[in-house]
Design a protein around this ligand. Structure first.
Ligand SMILES: NC(=O)c1ccc[n+]([C@@H]2O[C@H](COP(=O)([O-])OP(=O)(O)OC[C@H]3O[C@@H](n4cnc5c(N)ncnc54)[C@H](OP(=O)(O)O)[C@@H]3O)[C@@H](O)[C@H]2O)c1
Length: 264
């Protein structure tokens, strides 16, 4: 039976890699982002390479009605979605008062609101069919407060906890929910932020390795995964309390990143 995966942020980085690996597994695709030309090129390439059908759905996910529009477009085209990959996202960096408030607003719309709204759009159909999966891309930033990335880190903490909660609600009803929590990955993410120093560890994973780890974790019905040994260690071995002290230590680390982003 053919299954369809919808991937947000499929025009670049981890999203494009999810598209490639899921196409190689034989899934049809719905590719969502703003960059129509990139999505069209990817759809054509993956269709030819893997004999799958890839649909392009151009949508700005910071728009308040984005998920409703995606849902309406899927209904118009007669498409059902078996796997939702909520991957689209971006980060802002700097002192909170220096960051454009509308940029932070859009960040929350893309990283958080559209992710919840799309899940509302697509989960009921999965439940009705008795099967389906949701992969939400969080980050190692989810595990502690991230000064100078205050909104980004908090958005990813939301994504992680939202995913873990949903998984518990739906695990006995045929629905898998996975939070993928990568550390720094070699994508355009850091161009958007303005400095590669935002990869605090200085080490980058490849999108291919991160997505492979994510799909393996989904196959194994895990609740979350942090690919890479050093990311795993940072996420699981570092103390999380007292919370104020953890935030103070994090500030010492991210201060340098803030300064690098300012001069970049
Ligand atoms: N790279 C890392 O180090 C890293 C680490 C941990 C987590 N992550 C997370 O991984 C996810 C993917 O990021 P990436 O690293 O692959 O970065 P990327 O290469 O910059 O890709 C970001 C994707 O999000 C899409 N996007 C951004 N704003 C959008 C909007 N308003 N509407 C629709 N789509 C939008 C972009 O598409 P368009 O510009 O075409 O719209 C693009 O396809 C993000 O959630 C990010 O937070 C990344």
């Amino acid at each position: 039976m053919r299954t369809t995966a919808l991937i947000t942020g499929a025009s670049s980085g981890l999203g494009a890699e999810f598209a490639a690996q899921l196409a190689a597994r034989g899934h049809d695709l719905v590719l969502v982002a703003r960059s129509a030309d990139r999505l069209e090129a990817l759809a054509e390439r993956l269709g030819k390479a893997h004999g799958i059908t890839a649909h392009v759905l151009v949508q700005d996910l910071s728009a308040p009605d984005a998920a409703r529009r995606v849902g309406a477009e899927l209904a118009d085209r007669g498409l059902t979605v078996d796997l939702l990959v909520n991957n689209a996202g971006f980060g802002t960096c700097g002192r909170f008062e220096e960051i454009d408030g509308s940029r932070d607003h859009d960040q929350l719309m893309v990283n958080v609101v559209s992710l919840v709204d799309l899940t509302h759009e697509l989960l009921p159909g999965m439940l009705a069919r008795g099967r389906g999966s949701v992969v939400n891309v969080a980050s190692t930033a989810a595990y502690q407060p991230t000064p100078y990335f205050a909104v980004y880190g908090a958005s990813k903490t939301f994504v992680l906890n939202f995913s873990l909660a949903l998984r518990q609600e739906y695990r006995r009803r045929g629905i898998r929910v996975l939070a993928l929590c990568p550390g720094p990955v070699e994508t355009a993410f850091f161009e958007v932020i303005g400095t590669r120093k935002a990869a605090v560890t200085g080490r980058f994973d490849s999108p291919g390795a991160v997505v492979r780890a994510g799909l393996r974790a989904l196959d194994a019905d895990r609740s979350y995964v942090t690919p890479g040994l050093s990311n795993f260690a940072g996420a699981h071995l570092a103390p999380r309390r007292p919370r104020g002290l953890v935030a103070a230590i994090a500030e010492r680390v991210t201060r340098g990143v803030r300064d690098a982003a300012r001069v970049a």
